[in-house]
Design a protein around this ligand. Structure first.
Ligand SMILES: Cc1ncc(COP(=O)(O)O)c(C=O)c1O
Length: 397
């Protein structure tokens, strides 16, 4: 994802503002900072862009997830339902709080299967965490209905889907809380960074305090601030936030370029018999960062990946055998490799992973190819790429 593709003078100017004042921390030093409050400014701009009441910046997407969960009171022994196709941050953020990750199947949206979610609910379930993978979303209406029925929190991981929408609303703004990453390979980047958005003022206040050691942020004497609850340090620095301000201004340009390039490739691949695109739930619009599609069988998909690579078409991901995003590659989780002790609750849940039948997800993931959409390609390069992709795929079908 392309934030890093378009670094320029705008980012440099924002960072220089911070370097010139010499105040790299987001809190305090009021007299010295030359009125630069980059984190605050980015929070205001991001909340507005995401049509959300509140935004809390943090140090990463992973810490955004932990902060969001903590802000809603998720803790030891609570179960959080998450998909088997996601990033390791999902279970890491849950387990950081002593809560229990419950992994369930995905469907042809490449995100949580609502039926699998409903089947996994127990009296301990507190939260459903859809992860909008590769630029497109879960069936949020179905998940919201389940959460309403069972009084569960809906927390959207929109780290990979910034700019996508669902029934006209920005992804991340639909559930009780939404989380974003601004790491180096996201749609916009701060180098490292993340955000929690919410319309719930209590969750926002809790997030604000939790990410800064529980500080209440009342008054302007940090040493005199009280700690309503225990927290942690997930603060973002002014330098990172400064980069984010400039990047956010470019978001609409990035999305338009992604859509343009995605559309060229899609129109060519559409003509291949047997190739089906990932399902986008009704009312959804992707952010067009990836074009994901299915081939008829696992064997053909593996052959296609090989053919694409041999044809020199880069950035086609086969997540099924990649160690980043699918449960098959998380041996450390399945075998409970932890530096320290895990609670019995967590161990009992993780022990089930090796015996749970995820064949439905396997059937989807083993046939999925996700092709990255870059924004730096010329029109000629995209067309050539699309034709080369078609040739490579057709050669194995
Ligand atoms: C879906 C998803 N969630 C969370 C994260 C974590 O973000 P970060 O790298 O900023 O911690 C990532 C990062 O790749 C991600 O893809």
């Amino acid at each position: 994802m392309p934030g890093f593709e378009i670094f320029g003078d705008e980012e440099r100017k924002q960072v220089n503002d911070v370097l010139d004042s010499g105040i790299l921390m987001r809190y305090g030093f009021d007299g010295l900072r030359n009125n630069h409050w980059k984190a605050k400014e980015f929070e205001t701009n991001f909340a507005q862009r995401m049509q959300s009441k509140h935004c809390q910046l943090v140090s990463s997407g992973t810490s955004a997830l932990t902060t969001a969960l903590a802000s809603a009171g998720i803790g030891a022994g609570d179960e959080v339902i998450m998909p088997v196709f996601t990033f390791v941050a999902s279970f890491e953020s849950i387990m950081a709080l002593g809560a229990i990750p419950v992994l369930v199947d995905i469907d042809d949206t490449l995100t949580l299967d609502p039926k699998a979610v409903e089947a996994a609910i127990t009296p301990k379930t507190k939260c459903v965490m859809p992860v909008h993978m590769c630029g497109s979303m879960a069936d949020l209406n179905a998940l919201q209905a389940i959460c309403d029925k069972h009084e569960l929190l809906l927390l959207e991981d929109a780290c990979q889907a910034l700019g996508g929408t669902y029934h006209g609303k920005p992804l991340g703004s639909i559930g009780d809380l939404g989380c974003f990453s601004f790491d180096f390979v996201k749609t916009i980047t701060c180098g490292e960074g993340g955000a929690v958005i919410t319309n719930n003022t209590n969750y926002y206040i809790n997030s604000d305090q939790y990410q800064d050691h529980g500080h209440d942020h009342v008054g302007n004497d940090r040493g005199a601030e009280t700690h309503p609850n225990m927290g942690y340090n997930f603060r973002i620095s002014e330098l990172h936030a400064a980069v984010g301000i400039a990047q956010l201004e470019k978001l609409d340009t990035i999305l338009a370029l992604q859509k343009k390039n995605y559309t060229v490739i899609r129109e060519v691949l559409e003509t291949i018999e047997g190739l089906i695109f990932r399902r986008v739930p009704e009312g959804g619009e992707e952010n067009y960062s990836f074009l994901s599609f299915f081939l008829p069988t696992e064997e053909l998909t593996k052959k296609a990946i090989k053919a694409l690579s041999e044809a020199g078409v880069d950035a086609n991901f086969y997540w099924y055998t990649n160690n980043w995003h699918y449960i098959n590659g998380w041996e450390h989780l399945r075998n409970m490799k932890s530096l320290g002790n895990l609670s019995d609750d967590v161990k009992n849940q993780l022990k089930k992973l090796n015996d749970t039948d995820f064949s439905k997800s396997d059937a989807v993931m083993s046939r999925t190819i996700s092709s990255l959409v870059k924004i730096g390609w010329t029109t000629e390069e995209v067309r050539e790429r699309a034709e080369n992709m078609k040739k490579a795929i057709v050669s194995v079908l």
